[in-house]
Design a protein around this ligand. Structure first.
Ligand code: AMP
Length: 176
């Protein structure tokens, strides 16, 4: 399924550290038909109506913004701490080594708005789960998350599903 798109994703071994197979979506973005088809298939899988597409910094922004256009939705930015100019709310999450924090503008959404979460890739799901918690803290209805790539052996998509969110991805890679 979606083997045409999978062929456009480049794998870089041992980046950013030994043992990681980095699934590089920049080669997909460079392909006009491939990028357009990616967005068309994500739009077809979206369960509407959707008020806002929330993208996770930074690669998630690219897919979130493009997907928001056919869905006639707005774009909400989920960023690393210290980048947004207005008052923010934050959510912390655990990484393999240490902690990280994501933030959004506290007034970015009206409670009850339907938000579709988007990122380029889900691995352990730590980032996506924190994003769901953050959006829900702001009052969003988060019923679906979409990723271009899932690494199912890491189990991240299952953890997000366990939080009551439908998870869809176009492409899966076995292993890490
Ligand atoms: P996680 O929180 O473990 O689900 O990691 C998700 C985030 O890390 C996403 O924003 C991805 O862009 C990035 N990421 C994690 N693993 C990879 C990988 N193997 N290739 C490319 N990006 C990755």
């Amino acid at each position: 399924m979606n083997d045409d798109l999978k062929a456009l994703i480049r794998t870089i071994p041992d980046f950013p550290k030994p043992g990681i197979q980095f699934r590089d979506i920049t080669t997909l973005l460079l392909d006009p038909a491939g990028f357009a088809t990616t967005i068309e298939r994500m739009a077809a899988a979206a369960i509407g109506p959707i008020d806002l597409v929330a993208g996770i910094e930074a690669r998630g922004f690219l897919f979130a913004a493009a997907l928001a256009l056919p869905l006639r939705a707005g774009v909400l930015l989920i960023r690393k701490d210290g980048k947004l100019p207005g008052a923010t709310i934050a959510e912390d999450y655990t990484l393999e080594y240490g902690e990280d924090r994501i933030v959004m503008h506290e007034d970015a959404l009206v409670p009850g708005q339907r938000v579709l979460l988007v990122d380029d890739l889900i691995a352990t799901g730590g980032t996506a789960r924190a994003a769901v918690r953050l959006l829900r803290k702001a009052g969003a209805a988060v019923e679906q998350a979409q990723f271009v790539v899932d690494l199912p052996d890491l189990g991240g998509a299952e953890t997000v599903r366990a939080d009551g969110v439908r998870v869809d991805s176009l492409i899966q890679f076995a292993g890490h």
